[in-house]
Every structure is written in C-alpha cells, then in structure tokens.
Design a protein around this ligand. Structure first.
Ligand code: GLC
Ligand code: CA
Length: 546
C-alpha cells in the first residue's frame, strides 16, 4: 500500500484519484443467485486493494425494478434486497476505508423508478395535485388529449410521454419506468439534499451525478419542439428546452453547500453531455468539482486526435479550477479493448447487430492500443476512471443471444439497437467452475467460454498479464505523481510524449515504433529491447536522467 491519497482526511483526493467503477450486479455474487451483490463485493475488497485504486464508484445498488439496470431507483435510501442490506453497505464502507479506498455512489436525480413511493402516490392522486407536481404530468394534445403533449423523445426510443388511465401524460426522457422529476418543485430539491446527507452521514466520500445536464427543463407551455435525446444538445447558450439549461447550475450550487457541510467535503462528478465549452460550468468549485470528459471515448486511435482532445480537456479543467477526468470505458459503451480493434469509423451499433462479426475485430491490436491508451491517461494530471474488467483486458461480449438481453434499448428500439449488455457481463474470477467464479450459481448475463482466458485466476499467475500491468502501473503512479504540471514534446507526429513534474515522462506510439528518449524505463505496455525502440501502439514511462 502506498501513502498517496490514502489519507482519508485529504479534501483534494479526487483531483488525481484512480476511481474504479463497480457495476454491482455484475461484479461478484456472494449468494449464488446469479446477481452480483454487496457480499460478493465485500469479499473482493482485498482484490481492489491489491489493484491499487483510490476509490470505488458504485453504480446504482438501490431497490429497483431493473427496467434500466438499476438507473430506475425506487428508494434512494436503501439497498436492493437482491444486492444486500444497509448493514452490508456500512460494512463495505468500513472495509474500503480500512484499505484507504474511498467510495463514490451513483445519484440518479433526473428520474426515479416507477415503483418509487412518490410516483405511486402521483398515480393514485388526481390531476393538479401536489403529488403529481413532483413529476411532470400534463394533459395531452389533440382534440381529446389523445396525443403526447410535445414531440419530445425517449433516449431509449419512442415518445418521452406515457399516458395514465385518467388521461394525463407523464414525462420520461428515458424508459417509461423512469418518470422525470420536476426540479422547479422545492420539495424535489429538498429531497435530494436529504439523500446526499443520508449517504454522506454513512461515510460516502462522493457522488457520481447521472445525466446532470437534464435536471432543469423549460416546462412553460406551449412546449417547444425538441425531438432530441440528451446527447444531442443543440444550443450553446443554455436555452435548449430540455438540456444544459442555465438554471441547472443553481441546483448544483445547492448540492455543493450540502456537500461542504462535511469534513472533508464530499466530492462529485457530473455525467453531463453538455456542449464542450459549457462542461467546465458543472465542474466549478462551487458546483460539482468535476465533469466527465467523454471526448476520448469518441476518438479513433490516432496521435493528433488524442493530443488535441487531451489538451482541450486539460484546458477546460484549468478554466473551471477543476481537474480533468479520463475515461475509456464505462457501463454504457463498448469496451475499449474491442473498440480499438475495429476499423476507424465503425458504427458500433451496427457491429453489435452482427454479433461482432462485421467488420472483424482485431482483438490483439485492440488490447495493445487499450493498454497504451490507459498508461497514457494514467500519466496525465487528473483523475482516471476505470471500468470493472478493463484491468483484465476484457473485450466486449458482442454476441450475446438476443433472448438474454436486459437493456431496455433492445425492445424500445424495435430491435434495431442491441444496447449495452455486452459491457455488463459478470466478471470471470476463476478459469473454471460455475460462472467462472463470479458466484456459486449462474450469471444473469451468459458468459462466453473464452472468459476463462481473462479470469483473475489466470492473470494473477501470469506476470505478463493485463492485470499485472495495471497493478504495476497504479503502484508506480502513486509514487510518481507530483503536482499538476505537464508539458508535451510535440516533435513526432505519431508519438505523444508527456513530461511531468517530478522528473518523469510517458511516451506513446501510434501505429509505428519510436526510439525512446534517455532515462530509466520504469514500465512499458509492450516489451522494449536493448535498442530502446518502443514498438507500435505502446506506452512506456521513463525516469528522466538526473
Ligand atoms: C446515464 C447512465 C445510463 C442510464 C441513463 C439513465 O446515462 O449512465 O446507464 O441508462 O443515465 O439513467
Ligand atoms: Ca447474489
């Protein structure tokens, strides 16, 4: 264990943290029912400690009908009984903290689940009642109110409005089981302040804020036409009817005041698909502090693309007084070991519809690039967000049988999008046994036989494995990081060379090999010979000569 960041009283820990995302239903299953749970996670705390992460980000574990993998929350103050109990949650916090690992929980404030007590009360109450005013209920358009009140669309397909038996319609920017709150209602604001306190009081160190840019909406009538989903914001001045509106920042200033009631203050990171220039607004010190940078997720494997995206992200973070966030994978996107093995410009959705056969994915190439990319990002100032399984080099499971799919996208898109389940298949821990050691029973999404090759057990035996490289990299990073200073050596078009405070640097090659500069090689994602030539699609870290 290293000292850096392990001091749980440090208020700035999040600026440079390595945060590991756990998708709880697919991490480890303690009771053999095929669904990952807190007991399983608790058992794996030693694994997380050995990996060398600074924090866990726990995706939703709340009671949920699972209409959207838990992002349909029925009770913000409890644990889903299939996942565990509040007592186990407390035990998890204690176990992580004992290892110097912090815990960040997902908060889903745009919508609840349709089983939430407030939504059930709203359905039972009359139009115009205070119960309905916590959500967005409206009369329909058309002569008899038979048409949705506006042309707004659900992210998962179809209209964003669903009609209830008394004839009114309610708004859901995601699945119908995810009714949107009306954030202009003070009761909603108070409720979430309370939820933040509930988890902060239990020792939670920070929050990941789901679709943060969607909370404030222009609900004045007549509704404006806006048939777009949350990733397609148009206006760059905060005047879109549904997303990235200026008023959203008042909400987060209120959250910051609550989070600052704690010592150390609780951290937060926004999932905000705002226009790039407006992303820093969410990360201001009097708001959430950090906002995810997703631009790299959309970039092809190319030095110019990576260089400019990294530079922009660093500039944006500086502008906000924040620190940047590096992300290559999460539970919503095709795993980057697969993405980087596909030809540039591949339509990932179309690729998934062919079960990952068209075009062919070069997995060996994808993994080389993935490792190189990860080591590059770990060498930058800012926080790195890792997604469970990437430390094993796991590819996407692109050929899940459609009967097994859980993501609402599959049905709601009328089978034109397979969705995100291929990144959510339960992890392989052992090379054999039921569900490859995920649990004593099955696995809620089927695991392919090749998962055995990526099992923790196999990789722990192999000093050349992806897991071994991640462990070495995280341990080393903890000793190397010093200050936020960074400089790029820009003389080679297919190389990104990053010079860091404290006398070390990172060199990444894109598509061709390159001679390494002088200095001790601390770590490399591919073997480097005596000629000190770094192979193509690799990263090496070096200590500068004294
Ligand atoms: C976020 C989550 C995603 C979820 C959506 C609705 O984008 O990351 O998984 O489906 O919000 O809550
Ligand atoms: Ca279980």
């Amino acid at each position: 264990m290293t000292d850096r960041g392990r001091d749980l009283t440090d208020p700035d820990w999040w600026r440079t943290a390595v945060v590991y995302q756990v998708y709880p239903r697919s991490f480890a299953d303690g009771n053999g029912d095929g669904i990952g749970d807190l007991a399983g996670l608790l058992d794996r705390v030693p694994y997380l400690a050995a990996l060398g992460i600074d924090a866990v980000w726990l995706s939703p574990f709340y009671p949920s009908a699972l209409a959207d993998g838990g992002y349909d929350v029925d009770d913000y103050r409890d644990v889903d009984p299939r996942i565990g109990t509040l007592g186990q949650f407390d035990a998890l916090v204690a176990a992580l903290h004992a290892e110097g690992i912090r815990i960040v929980v997902d908060i889903v404030p745009n919508h609840s689940g349709s089983g939430h007590a407030w939504f059930r009360a709203a359905l039972a109450a009359a139009p115009g009642s205070p119960e309905r005013a916590r959500y967005v209920f409206r009369d329909g358009a058309g002569e008899h109110g038979e048409l949705p009140p506006s042309d707004w669309v659900s992210h998962f397909g179809g209209p964003a409005w669903t009609r209830v038996p008394d004839g009114q319609w309610y708004l859901h920017l995601f699945a119908p089981e995810q009714p949107d709150f009306d954030w202009s209602n003070p009761e909603v604001r108070e409720e979430f302040h309370d939820v933040l306190r509930f988890w902060s009081d239990r020792g939670v160190d920070g929050f990941r804020v789901d679709v943060a840019h969607a909370l404030a909406k222009d609900l004045s009538e007549p509704f404006r036409s806006y048939p777009r989903i949350h990733r397609d914001v148009v206006a760059v001045d905060g005047t879109d009817p549904l997303f990235d509106r200026d008023e959203v920042h008042e909400i987060f200033r209120g959250w910051r005041r609550v989070m600052n009631e704690y010592d150390p203050p609780r951290s937060a990171v926004a999932e905000a698909w705002a226009p790039p220039a407006r992303l820093p607004l969410y990360a201001r010190p009097d708001e959430l502090g950090q906002a995810f940078e997703f631009d790299l997720v959309l970039e092809p494997w190319s030095a110019p693309a990576f260089r400019s995206t990294i530079q922009t992200a660093l500039d944006r973070a500086r502008e906000a007084g924040a620190s940047s966030t590096w992300v290559l994978s999460n539970h919503d996107i095709v795993r980057h070991a697969s993405r980087f093995g596909l030809p540039d410009g591949t339509d990932l959705n179309a690729w998934l519809l062919t079960d990952g056969t068209e075009p062919a994915c070069d997995l060996a190439l994808g993994l080389r690039r993935a490792l190189a990319g990860t080591l590059l990002l770990l060498a930058l100032p800012g926080a790195a967000y890792l997604y469970q399984g990437e430390e094993l080099g796991l590819p996407e499971v692109a050929d899940l049988p459609v009967e097994a799919l859980e993501d609402p996208i599959w049905e709601r898109s009328a089978h034109t999008e397979k969705g995100r389940d291929g990144a959510r298949v339960p992890l392989p821990w052992t090379t054999s046994g039921p569900s490859f050691g995920f649990g004593q029973g099955g696995s809620h999404l089927p695991q392919p036989t090749w998962f055995a090759d990526f099992a923790v057990e196999a990789e722990e035996r192999d000093p050349g494995s992806t897991l071994a490289l991640y462990r070495r990299a995280l341990a080393l990073r903890a000793t190397l990081l010093e200050g936020e200073g960074v400089r790029f050596v820009d003389d080679r078009p297919a190389v990104i060379e990053v010079v860091r405070d404290g006398g070390w640097r990172s060199v990444t090659t894109f598509g061709e090999s390159a001679a390494l500069p002088e200095g001790e090689i601390l770590l490399a994602s591919q073997p480097v010979g005596d000629d000190r030539v770094l192979p193509a699609d690799a990263t090496a870290w070096l200590r500068d000569p004294a």
